[in-house]
Design a protein around this ligand. Structure first.
Ligand SMILES: *Cc1c(COP(=O)(O)O)cnc(C)c1O
Length: 297
């Protein structure tokens, strides 16, 4: 299926002399959410062409990628296996994955880290005949082919080149697609890390394979680390939803938008800038987050 998502302008009292748009990639596909569909698109085509029967991947217990893979398998006729980090648990993400027919295996953290290929999966005693392995987060070269389609859509929809494109990053696969598909454009990409530390600087450079000067990492808005949060972030998210009628997710896009708004307030962006924020989805994680923390989003 070929899908694209809309670009909408949002308005806020802080945006004088500034235009801010949201690329609604949370709505890019009818049932596979956001950038996880972008990353699966060419992997699914490859698997079909090569008569793959089973798709195998790994992720955390609330993983958007595991959720997307289970959905894709169910709708497109693949068996799916999810290798989940940590002790056996139940939560809305994993309940859903099971309902989509995904087989789940729980492995401890040290073992989980070592699983990088079909051979590693086989060592767990899992049948890997006619199977295809996708890395954690779904990021591989075919995934980046998919995420390279976001930026050209933005330019067409905007009818011009944005000054800034802002995106959240976990593995950096989505950022790598944006950066590499716009190397000859003056758009500057600001990549907001959802994780503590600046190791994404190196990871994204590796995914890109050569030097690009059209991007920078911002590691100031992780709120303490992956899946960490504070009251200010939750308030921001709820306020954003009320003002703009757009639901953000607490792991990636709320931190991204908080960061962009904060940078606008701090005059980081020159007057007259056009800023595009990519909404990469992740909304499936909200129910699990709410039940885990007793917070309503
Ligand atoms: C997975 C995910 C990301 C991170 O994407 P990467 O390509 O791994 O950097 C960002 N936003 C959302 C909503 C996600 O689900």
């Amino acid at each position: 299926m070929d899908c694209s998502s809309s670009l909408i302008e949002i308005f806020d009292i802080f945006f004088s002399d500034m235009r801010v748009f949201i690329k609604r990639d949370d709505l890019v596909h009818p049932y596979i959410i956001g950038n996880k569909w972008r990353k699966l698109k060419y992997n699914l085509a490859y698997a079909k062409k090569n008569n793959i029967k089973t798709l195998i991947s790994k992720g955390g217990a609330f993983s958007n990628h595991i959720h997307a893979l289970a959905t894709a398998g169910h709708h497109e006729g693949f068996d799916t296996i999810g290798i989940i980090r940590g002790e056996q648990v139940e939560n809305p993400t994993l309940d859903y994955a099971k309902a989509m027919g995904m087989q789940l295996y729980f492995v401890d953290r040290s073992e989980f880290r070592l699983i990088q290929s079909l051979e590693d999966v086989q060592r767990l005693g899992i049948d890997v005949a006619d199977a295809y392995f996708l890395p954690e987060g779904g990021t591989n070269p075919l995934a980046i082919e998919g995420t390279r389609e976001i930026y050209p859509e933005v330019v067409t929809q905007l009818g011009g080149i944005p000054d800034f494109c802002c995106v959240a990053a976990g593995t950096g696969g989505t950022a790598a697609g944006l950066i590499s598909s716009s190397f000859d454009s003056p758009c500057q990409h600001i990549v907001f890390s959802a994780l503590k530390g600046d190791f994404l600087q190196k990871n994204i450079a590796e995914l890109l394979g050569s030097t690009y000067s059209n991007w920078q990492l911002n590691a100031d808005y992780h709120f303490g680390g992956y899946a960490k949060f504070d009251v200010a972030m939750i308030d921001f998210m709820n306020d954003f939803k009320q003002k703009h009628q757009i639901q953000l997710d607490p792991i990636y896009t709320a931190k991204l938008c908080y960061g962009v708004f904060d940078l606008i307030k701090k005059d980081f962006f020159p007057k007259g800038s056009t800023i595009v924020i990519v909404h990469t989805g992740g909304l499936q994680g909200i129910r699990g987050f709410e039940s885990q923390h007793g917070i309503l989003l």
